[in-house]
Design a binder for this molecule. Structure first.
Ligand SMILES: Nc1ncnc2c1ncn2[C@@H]1O[C@H](COP(=O)(O)OP(=O)(O)OP(=O)(O)O)[C@@H](O)[C@H]1O
Ligand SMILES: [Mg+2]
Length: 607
């Protein structure tokens, strides 16, 4: 532990504060106590000395100033008095005559003083009759002494003086002892304070240290941290608050995480593409779908400019700042050569104070929608065109009839026949359209029944046998042995077969062959095919052959009375049965159309 950092701890601060407090308190008490003690001891000491001097002076009065024979006796009395009765340990008592001469002294070592004069001021003052004479002196042995002198009065006359010099060594040593006791008391108290402080500070700082440790752990993401709450004091409350904070934080983060995951999964699984940019237009987020639509890897696109990513011209940059929604359609050719039509909607992200901080671009694949739209337009155009041709014919023929052709025995019936023919064609067209629309709206309920496949195909062949003979077309019929009955709507399937055979006949020159086949496919379905060796269909038209009104050679087909709806109706009927239809053809060699049907009733259908 290096010192400066230790002194910065609460523990050290507490210890220092307490030690200083104790020191100051003890010092104050000490100063008052010691000075009061000193005053009391010294005043007692002086009082005692004064009283003794007074007493001796009274006793000595009778023996001083005596002359003649009894003088020797008085002196002896004084010696006894001084040496025995009033021996004060360590103190020297001198009896002086009126001239200040030492008559006797209690200190044997000072015996030679006897007969000499004591010239101290206190003595001369006492001989002058002043009663209170005291003084502190330091004698030759370097000892502090207190000296007291009292006059001895006999018969109203000052006959001498009493001089007492008492050493104060004992008093000072007593004081020193008391001081020592005091200092050791202070030291002991300080020691105890330090020990108590260490313990006390530890009880305060250890929960704080623990709290710091746990708070750091929480900051690093360990939210299961819990503080033990030991009591309801400030630290207990802090621990409770910490626990509450941790649990709230954990909840909030979990919620946040959940929201984030939700958002991420929504973004990933969205059918629309989403791209987010910062305020400079750099991509900061892009979901998988957007990557698929733009044919870029989501990771690579991050940080690139959205305008170049979407192949938008720089002039369009304004859409990002406009602060309003803006849609634009992009044509984006993928590596597969397909053109995707993408509608992009830009929505700026606003944040208070900051204004626009980025843009969200939502990408919708509208290829399918546009295709549908186009086919709808084409359909309407086709229908109107198909209807207009016969109507124009009918109109011109009726006008001709009106203009007199009606009366013409030759032209009249011919023109009426044409009108009839065109009307029938229109009826056929409208019937086909109605049929298609019923199939589209699922209105046409299938009436499925077990049907003998052999019987059905033979009847179709019979129906066309006359026309075939006329065209010298040889039909063949093959039915596999494992095919017997199938579950189908006979009327509808008859229409499919009629159309396929009529197509085969229309597009097969005289002397060709038409083969009708029924077998069981690999997946257990009934597969019926109509094959001819006619003109075939060019490769480029194969993809669109099942589209409504689609005809390879429009003029020729129309001349043959075709509307171009036959194959699309066939496809709808087969689809309604739960089957599929396909067409293989080689231009100039022949065509084979195959459709499959489930043999057994489908789930949910009654037998
Ligand atoms: N067996 C085939 N051989 C050659 N071309 C065919 C054959 N079947 C169909 N086609 C081509 O496909 C086109 C569409 O056939 P579809 O049956 O839908 O119409 P359609 O026969 O012209 O008219 P509709 O069947 O309504 O009388 C035909 O116009 C023809 O060009
Ligand atoms: Mg047809």
């Amino acid at each position: 532990m290096n010192l400066p950092s230790f002194f910065r701890t609460i523990q050290a601060k507490l210890i220092i504060i307490y030690v200083l407090l104790i020191l100051i308190a003890m010092q104050l008490i000490g100063v008052y106590f010691v000075s009061a003690m000193k005053t009391s001891l010294t005043s007692n000491f002086s009082k005692d000395l004064n009283e003794r001097a007074e007493l001796i002076s009274v006793l000595a009065a009778q023996n001083l100033g005596v002359s003649g024979e009894s003088a020797e006796e008085s002196l002896e009395n004084l010696r006894v008095l001084v040496n025995n009765l009033f021996s004060i340990n360590g103190a020297e008592i001198q009896v002086l005559d009126a001239s200040g001469k030492v008559l006797t002294t209690s200190k044997p070592s000072h015996a030679d003083y006897v007969g000499t004069k004591n010239t101290q001021t206190v003595v001369s003052r006492a001989l002058q009759g002043i009663r209170d004479n005291e003084e502190y002196i330091i004698d030759d042995d370097n000892v502090r002494k207190k000296v007291v002198a009292k006059p001895v009065v006999s018969g109203g006359k000052i006959v001498g003086a009493i001089y007492i010099a008492a050493s104060m060594t004992e008093l000072y040593s007593t004081m020193e002892r008391i001081n020592n006791i005091f200092i050791s008391g202070i030291l002991l108290a300080l020691g105890l304070t330090v020990v108590l402080c260490v313990i006390l500070a530890h009880t305060i700082t250890s929960p704080i240290k623990e709290l710091t440790r746990r708070a750091t752990a929480v900051a690093e993401g360990e939210f299961h941290q819990k503080m033990a709450v030991l009591g309801n004091d400030e630290i207990g409350q802090l621990s409770k608050a910490f626990n509450y904070m941790t649990s709230r934080l954990r909840d909030a983060l979990a919620q946040n995480e959940e929201e984030k995951e939700k958002l991420a999964s929504i973004l990933t699984n969205m059918s629309d593409g989403v791209i987010a940019t910062d305020e400079t237009g750099r991509v900061i987020l892009m979901n998988r779908r957007a990557g698929e639509m733009l044919q870029v890897e989501d990771g690579l696109a991050l940080g690139t400019d959205i305008m170049s990513l979407l192949h938008l011209p720089p002039e369009e940059q304004g859409v990002l700042e406009q602060g309003a929604m803006h849609s634009t359609i992009l044509e984006n050719g993928g590596p597969d050569g397909n053109v995707y039509l993408i509608r992009v909607t830009f929505t700026p992200i606003h944040r208070r104070e900051f204004g626009i901080i980025g843009t969200i671009a939502v990408l919708q694949d509208v290829t399918e929608q546009e295709k549908l739209e186009a086919s709808r337009r084409e359909f309407v155009a086709n229908v109107s065109h198909e209807l207009r041709t016969p109507l124009t014919t009918i109109k011109s023929y009726t006008e001709a009839l009106e203009d007199g052709a009606l009366q013409d025995p030759e032209l009249g019936p011919r023109f009426t026949a044409v009108i009839q023919n065109q009307t029938e064609r229109m009826i056929r067209l409208v019937t086909d359209l109605l049929h298609l629309s019923r199939l589209d709206s699922k209105e046409a309920q299938l009436r499925k029944q077990p049907t003998s496949v052999m019987e059905m195909l033979e009847e179709v062949a019979d129906r066309f046998s006359f026309q075939m003979q006329e065209k010298e077309i040889k039909p063949t019929l093959f039915i596999a042995s494992d095919v017997d009955t199938a579950w189908l709507d006979r009327d509808q399937i008859d229409q499919v077969l009629d159309n396929l055979i009529s197509n085969a006949m229309k597009y097969t020159p005289e002397g060709g062959t038409i083969a009708l086949e029924a077998r069981k496919s690999e997946d257990g379905q009934l597969a019926v095919s109509v094959q001819d060796n006619g003109i075939g269909i060019p490769k480029k038209d194969l993809d669109r052959i099942f589209e409504r009104f689609y005809r390879v050679d429009k003029a020729r087909s129309r001349n043959m009375g075709g509307t171009g709806l036959g194959l699309s109706i066939a496809r709808e009927i087969v689809k309604a049965h739960g089957g599929t239809i396909s067409l293989q053809s080689e231009f100039g060699k022949g065509t084979k159309v195959t459709f499959t049907l489930p043999m057994e009733p489908q789930g949910g259908e009654a037998r």
